[in-house]
Design a protein around this ligand. Structure first.
Ligand code: FPP
Length: 248
């Protein structure tokens, strides 16, 4: 891989770096991982869920303040019913476990995306997890479920249009901050770093507005094989980049 936007590499391990405040991860490659082993795709998701548990805890432990993971996109409903059911089962298991066991991790759970498509049982678990964790002081974990960046923007634009119609403010007062405040990630910093394992070079509709200046690190590893060491490598790569935010 060629890196054109690198400073002279200063950092070779994570002890000397300034942690990005917000990291996004597109947890990609579960299906390919399973296929390589002659297993059903759902086995890849089960393995991916284990890695997600481990990496979320690790991010919290090393001082990342916000982690957003892409668990299910608005487009993922196009998958076979069997695979969707397996994913919903995994989400349910994870959320039950989080309610029982996650007190000590201090992780604040948030769900971003359109919840209206989920079963009442899953919806209740999402709400319970948000409620129980709301006063914790650890990392904010945003789980993107039935999330799509375009859908998020459409919802925001509709709400803004309603508020203009109701004379809350006028159209010429709309600015970047206001749009950010109508998104699911309201009040959170934009992601500094987005990691995409599995080698694909696409945003796949993930945090479209919020990622305007995010640094992408694409890694040649399938998500179920992703380790803390891969995360460290991505953090080091990020720390060695030269972020200019459109300046020089
Ligand atoms: C993309 O890989 C992955 C998903 C659509 C699902 C991600 C879900 C998990 C990691 C499960 C656990 C999550 C939680 C929150 C418990 P893919 O299936 O598109 O892989 P492929 O590109 O190799 O086919």
């Amino acid at each position: 891989m060629a890196f054109f936007n690198r400073k002279k590499p200063e950092h070779t391990d994570i002890s000397s770096i300034e942690m990005p405040a917000h990291v996004g991860i597109i947890m990609d490659g579960n299906g390919r991982w399973a296929k390589k082993r002659g297993l059903p795709r759902s086995a890849g998701h089960t393995a991916g869920a284990q890695v997600f548990r481990k990496i979320a805890r690790y991010c919290n432990n090393i001082g990342i303040k916000y982690l957003t993971v892409y668990a299910f996109s608005t487009e993922n409903w196009r998958r076979p019913e069997k695979e969707i059911n397996a994913l919903m089962k995994l989400f349910k298991e994870y959320l039950e476990e989080a309610l029982r066991d996650f007190r000590d991790d201090c992780i604040v759970m948030r769900f971003i995306g359109d919840r209206s498509a989920f079963s009442p049982a899953l919806l209740e678990l999402m709400e319970e997890n948000e409620e129980i964790a709301k006063d914790r002081e650890g990392m904010v974990l945003n789980i993107a479920m039935n999330y799509g960046g375009r859908a998020e923007l459409i919802t925001a634009i509709q709400k803004i249009a309603d508020d203009v119609r109701n004379d809350k403010f006028s159209a010429d007062q709309i600015d970047e901050q206001m749009i950010s405040d109508y998104l699911y990630t309201k009040g959170q910093p934009d992601p500094d770093l987005i990691i995409r394992p599995s080698g694909e070079h696409r945003t796949s509709n993930f945090l479209l507005w919020q990622s305007a200046y995010s640094e992408y690190v694409i890694m040649d590893v399938l998500w179920p094989d992703f380790t803390e060491e891969h995360l460290n490598q991505a953090l080091i790569e990020y720390a060695n980049r030269n972020r200019r935010f459109g300046g020089v």
